[in-house]
Write a protein that binds this ligand. Structure first.
Ligand SMILES: [Zn+2]
Ligand SMILES: [Zn+2]
Ligand SMILES: [Zn+2]
Ligand SMILES: [Zn+2]
Ligand SMILES: [Zn+2]
Length: 227
């Protein structure tokens, strides 16, 4: 096995980089912000994120079950990830349900929508065609057949209800608090969606953190306190 040596400085800058990505996402347009731009970005966006965080989950209305908590990497019907949708709002309009449109150029998705997975693939529609064979816009009509009245998957969720009985729910912090649902701790990260607790780690998003922790622990183990 090849030995990989990570010195403390490198591991610190990797840590900083991962932190930067979780906060900024792709909003730097592919060119890293300068330190000043980064500070400015945080000053503008982080308080708004703390106040106006949106919690996204997939469940059966009225049952109070959250069958899937949507995180930054969770795929939408449009095939793009949650973090590629609009998730930051300066002000939240009260009342009207919030739609989180996809921000990928050319994508016509107007509202983030989770699709239940069958294995590792999005579950198929009643018309037997895949989610990706349906239009990402509007009611998701099928591009492959005329019999489809809009994507509806009969796939049975872990809760026992068919997938089509579920909805993608977007809630504000206030709405969740009013219903006694967990809101998690305040985080400055972009597109955290419905991730609020330890169980959310299963989603894989924070696995990087665990890898980092192991790296640091190994480092301390091998190099003792000399560093
Ligand atoms: Zn999209
Ligand atoms: Zn989408
Ligand atoms: Zn079809
Ligand atoms: Zn269909
Ligand atoms: Zn369910």
């Amino acid at each position: 096995m090849e030995k990989i040596k990570i010195d403390k400085k490198a591991s610190q800058s990797l840590d900083k980089y991962l932190e930067y990505r979780r906060i900024v996402g792709d909003e730097d347009g592919g060119t890293l912000f300068t330190q000043a731009q980064y500070e400015q970005y945080k000053k503008r966006v982080v308080p708004q994120r703390m106040n106006n965080r949106l919690y996204v989950s997939f469940g059966v209305p009225g049952e109070g079950l959250e069958c899937k908590l949507v995180g930054p990497e969770t795929q939408c019907f449009c095939s793009h990830r949650y973090k590629q949708h609009r998730t930051d709002f300066e002000v939240l309009s009260s009342g009207a349900p919030l739609a989180l449109p996809c921000q990928v150029k050319g994508c016509r998705c107007t509202a983030y929508q989770y699709v239940a997975l069958s294995g590792s693939q999005p579950a198929r529609c009643r018309c037997k065609h895949k989610a990706e064979d349906h239009s990402e816009a509007g009611r998701h009509f099928c591009n492959m057949c005329a019999s489809c009245s809009g994507f509806q998957s009969p796939y049975t969720c872990g809760c026992g209800q068919p997938s089509y009985a579920h909805h993608t729910l977007v809630e504000t912090r206030q709405q969740r608090l009013a219903e006694g649902k967990p809101v998690g701790r305040d985080v400055p990260y972009k597109a955290m969606g419905g991730l609020t607790g330890f169980s959310s780690l299963a989603d894989g998003y924070l696995r990087l953190d665990i890898t980092m922790t192991i790296t640091i622990l190994l480092y301390i183990y091998f190099f003792g306190n000399n560093c």
